[in-house]
Every structure is written in C-alpha cells, then in structure tokens.
Design a protein around this ligand. Structure first.
Ligand SMILES: Cc1cc2nc3c(=O)[nH]c(=O)nc-3n(C[C@H](O)[C@H](O)[C@H](O)COP(=O)(O)OP(=O)(O)OC[C@H]3O[C@@H](n4cnc5c(N)ncnc54)[C@H](O)[C@@H]3O)c2cc1C
Length: 238
C-alpha cells in the first residue's frame, strides 16, 4: 500500500477513535523557567476525578495527531479541578515541542482514563525520592502523599545552575537539587546518597526519570547492600 494511503487511513481511524477516548481541558497559565527548557503548565481539567490518590498518577496528553505523552500532575485541587505539570523540554520530541507552543487559554486533549504508577509511600521511617528534571512533578506528588512529612526527603539531579536556584526558590520541599556531573545523572545522585548515610533498614528508595539513570542507580544501591524490595523504580524515557 502506498505510504500516502496508509497515512490517510491512520488519520481517518484517529478522527473516528479519538473523540471517544479523549476529553478536553484548558491551559490556565504557562511559566517557562529561565532558561526556558523547563516549562510549568497550569491546567483546568473539568472532567477528571483524582480526589483520592494512593499512587502517583499520570495523564496521557495528545501532543500531536495520534501521538500521546505522559505527564504528571504535581498535585490536584479537587475543588477547582486544576493541577500543574512540569515538562522537561531540553530535547526535540513531540512532547517537548507541544509544551513549547502551549499558551494561556489553549484547549488541550488527554485520555479520559488517568494512569497510576506503582509509587505509593511505604510505611517506613525514610521515604527517599531520587529523580531528574522530567520527574519534578512526580516527586512533588509523592512528597504530598507522605505523612508525617518528616519521613520524606530526596534529591533531584538538575543540569542547569539557574534551574537549581529556581527549584529552591519555588518549592517548599525537602528535595535537594543536585548538580548533574554525568549525562544520565545516576553517579551524581549516588554520590549524594552516600553522603546522607541512610540506614540499610527502614529506607525505601523511589527512583524516577530517565531509564538509564533509574536502572544504573538501582544497581548502585544494590551494590551498597540495599535489598531489591527497598528500591521502587519507574523509568520515564529512554
Ligand atoms: C508515567 C510517566 C510520567 C511522566 N511524567 C513526565 C513529566 O511530568 N514531565 C516530563 O517532562 N516527562 C514526563 N514523562 C516523560 C514523557 O512522557 C516523555 O516520554 C518525554 O517527555 C519525551 O517525550 P518527547 O515526545 O518530548 O520526546 P521523544 O520523542 O520521546 O524522544 C525524543 C528524543 O529525546 C530524548 N529525550 C526524551 N525525553 C528527554 C528528556 N526529558 N531530556 C533529554 N532528552 C530526552 C529521547 O531519548 C529521544 O532521543 C513521563 C513518562 C511516564 C512514563
């Protein structure tokens, strides 16, 4: 079959299927950090029901024709049906390109069904989140679920010096921004973990972000003696 015919068929299938699977929301505000490779988007999602989280959620947004990407609401205001997502847009990809062109009052589409990652806080004295720029929303969502708050801490590897300053300025969070000394960030995070002297018992690690960082960090933590059962890994992108 000719490529143009195949493309037309896919487009037609999309036009028929998407209205049944999708619902719409509105962009309330877009705030680009400086530099603008991190983008913060406030959304009004009137039909979403996420009142009771027991696991960190994610929403599949339509970023292009028949193209979807997952982004994580950092919190959920059940009264106003609003949330904020944080998009790492340092690269070129349909998701990053979509984020760069979003503006106030845009209509956005997303899959009706909200997804849930397996990350929910364990009943242990130390819940430690370790991530990268793409996992800021996820880590903030996890932070809110941990009670008492003193059980929660963590580190987020952020390459840009200004972004690390902005992270400290914008958030009340025990998550510490860490300079990125290696491409994927696992060595930088591991160096930081070793300085924290976490106990081998009662510590649960939540790894989230790029898949290389997540898998390598898991390996490094296991080499330090932390059992697999105390490491919860969630890869975001390859
Ligand atoms: C459950 C879940 C929740 C997620 N939540 C978030 C979130 O809140 N915020 C967020 O930013 N992302 C999040 N992601 C990742 C997101 O869904 C996309 O995978 C990612 O943004 C890349 O999509 P893209 O279309 O921009 O690039 P793609 O087309 O997927 O990739 C294009 C190229 O860019 C590279 N690349 C992809 N992402 C990055 C990056 N962040 N930095 C550098 N290079 C990259 C890829 O390796 C590839 O070479 C989440 C993923 C999952 C599975």
């Amino acid at each position: 079959m000719e490529i143009s015919t195949l493309f037309k068929l896919r487009k037609k299938a999309g036009q028929l299927l998407e209205p049944h699977l999708l619902q719409t929301g509105k962009v309330l505000e877009v705030r680009a950090w400086s530099p603008s490779t991190l983008i913060e988007v406030d959304l009004h999602l009137p039909l979403v029901n996420m009142e009771q989280w027991s696991q960190v959620p994610y929403i599949k947004f339509r970023v292009d024709h028949l193209t979807f990407r997952d982004y994580t609401p950092s919190g959920w205001d059940a009264e106003t049906h609003t949330c904020t997502i944080y998009i790492d847009a340092i690269h070129n990809g349909p998701g990053a390109n979509w984020a760069r062109q979003l503006k106030k009052d845009d209509t956005i589409s997303y899959l009706k069904k909200v997804g849930f990652t397996p990350h929910s806080p364990a009943p242990t004295s130390a819940v430690i989140a370790l991530g990268d720029e793409s996992s800021i929303g996820h880590m903030l969502a996890l932070q809110q679920m941990v009670l008492p708050h003193t059980r929660f801490s963590g580190g987020v590897v952020i390459g840009n010096d200004n972004h690390r300053d902005q992270f400290n300025e914008y958030f009340w969070s025990p998550i510490e921004p860490i300079a990125r000394k290696d491409i994927y960030g696992h060595n930088s995070l591991m160096e930081w973990v070793l300085k924290q002297h976490y106990s081998l018992e009662n510590t649960m690690f939540y790894l989230v972000g790029n898949s290389t960082m997540v898998s390598q960090l898991r390996k490094l933590l296991k080499q330090q003696g932390y059992p697999s059962g105390q490491i919860k890994a969630q890869g975001f992108w390859d």
